[in-house]
Design a protein around this ligand. Structure first.
Ligand code: PHE
Length: 443
């Protein structure tokens, strides 16, 4: 059977950017910047993106395109049996991420609906904070929206990814970019916005510790969808003539641009309206309604914003579900429908304690974290970095020739920085990531 392929290079870039650009950029990035002292975090983050991030992205896409298989089969095919665990780790990580991603994805739907009905249009910081708290701390509402979000994701994956998704992302992603720019323009011209802009532009290096560096690396992996097989999977549907190096560069650029823009959307509003930048996960949901309030057509803009946030989230969650689905259907010859429903059932079960951990189960903690935070931190601090080391070592040492051939299309495409890429994969990435992994235990 002929393997599915992306219809065009633009389609692949939009799909990969759809995976990369998600809640990580618009929801998580601004609050991490806020919690980690502002622009010093931003600078470290961009440095990771421009070196290790982009290098690993090329490697993952290369592994996928070489093998034309799901991550488990791909690692095995390119580097031998002993490497299947690296793919397996990705499959498991994808299921874990999806379990809390669908909860937050559900919040975007809830906010969209509440905006339409006028329930969250403007208010004081306290009022907006308690509206957010009331939603996420509720027992049934967030789970209902979680199911809707998950159901929509599964429906798209069942329908077959390439034509459906590709068509959708080609329209929705550009729209998201335009929308963001318009909203940023509004936010930076708010009265009192300059304190937020300063916060983003003046690094406070004395606040930078090992924790900041770990958070920046973990976030760069999460945001680029690295270290867990998403790009191996998407790369496996890529045409052999496509230029991986340039596509990967585009995806990294778009992803970083959206994160930085989201910072410039959220932070000026935080300072202009007197919110606390270290407010944590509620930051985007709480501050944005303040940006739109009082603005001409504010309710409409706000509804559109939460719709776009939903779009960003679902184009990412589709890629998350696609990983275990491709694994189950290829390795166990399961039908696509069956595999998707099985993955959906597992994700749903794990997502329940995630959601409840912000409400009635908030007293159940491990190391001081509730279930959602525990899973999210385990992913960012351990699973993605370990996955990243695996990709780097595999690409740099065990399958270098094969991947280099993918990156240059067997010598047809020039890649002047191939030597630098090899050096990053062999030496820089494994050492830097290991240091970030174990660093917190040494201090
Ligand atoms: N990159 C996505 C985001 O920033 C999250 C994601 C991680 C998606 C891993 C797929 C795989 O929201």
């Amino acid at each position: 059977m002929q393997r599915e392929q992306w219809g065009s290079r633009f389609g692949f870039i939009m799909a990969a950017a759809g995976s990369a650009v998600g809640l990580g950029n618009v929801w998580k990035f601004p609050y991490l910047v806020g919690e980690n002292g502002g622009s010093a975090f931003l600078i470290i983050y961009i440095a990771f993106m421009a070196t290790i991030g982009i290098g690993l992205m090329m490697a993952e896409i290369g592994i996928g395109r070489y093998s034309q298989m799901n991550p488990v089969g791909a690692f095995r095919k390119i580097a031998g049996r002993g490497w299947s665990w690296a793919g397996m780790l990705g499959v498991i990580t994808a299921i874990i991420i999806m379990s809390y991603y669908s909860v937050v994805g559900g919040w975007t739907i809830a906010y969209f609906i509440d905006t339409l009905s006028g329930a969250v249009v403007g208010g004081t910081p306290d009022e907006l904070g308690s509206k957010f708290g009331a939603l996420v701390g509720d027992t049934t509402r967030p789970i209902i929206y979680d199911v809707i979000f998950l159901g929509l994701t599964l429906a798209v994956v069942i329908a077959g990814v390439s034509s459906g998704i590709e068509k959708a992302v080609k329209v929705l992603m550009p729209l998201l970019f335009i929308m963001l720019i318009v909203l940023v323009a509004r936010s930076v011209t708010l009265e009192g916005a300059s304190a937020g802009i300063d916060f983003l532009l003046s690094p406070k290096w004395d606040e930078v510790g090992m924790g900041t560096i770990s958070a920046a690396l973990g976030q760069s992996f999460f945001s680029l969808s690295l270290g867990m097989g998403a790009l191996v999977t998407y790369g496996s549907y890529l045409n052999k003539n496509d230029n991986i190096r340039s596509s990967a560069s585009w995806v990294c650029f778009l992803d970083t641009a959206v994160a930085v823009l989201a910072g410039f959307l959220v932070m000026p509003a935080v300072f202009a309206f007197g919110f606390n930048p270290g407010a944590g996960p509620g930051l985007t949901f709480i501050t944005l309604p303040a940006v739109f309030s009082g603005m001409w057509g504010g309710q409409l803009f706000q509804a559109f914003f939460f719709f776009m946030l939903f779009v960003a989230a679902i184009t990412s969650s589709i890629s998350l579900v696609a990983i275990p689905v491709s694994y189950l259907s290829e390795q166990f010859h399961m039908s696509r429908v069956k595999a998707t429903l099985l993955v959906g059932a597992i994700v749903f079960v794990v997502s329940i304690p995630c959601s409840l951990s912000l409400g009635i189960w908030s007293d159940y903690t491990l190391f001081g974290y509730g279930v959602l935070d525990l899973l999210s931190n385990t992913v960012d601090w351990y699973l993605l970095p370990i996955g990243g080391i695996a990709v780097a070592v595999c690409a740099g040492w065990f399958a270098y020739d094969k991947i280099a051939a993918e990156l240059t299309n067997h010598g047809e495409l020039p890649f002047p920085l191939l030597g630098a890429w090899k050096f990053i994969m062999r030496i820089v990435a494994p050492i830097a990531i290991t240091w970030v992994l174990v660093g917190p235990f040494l201090t």
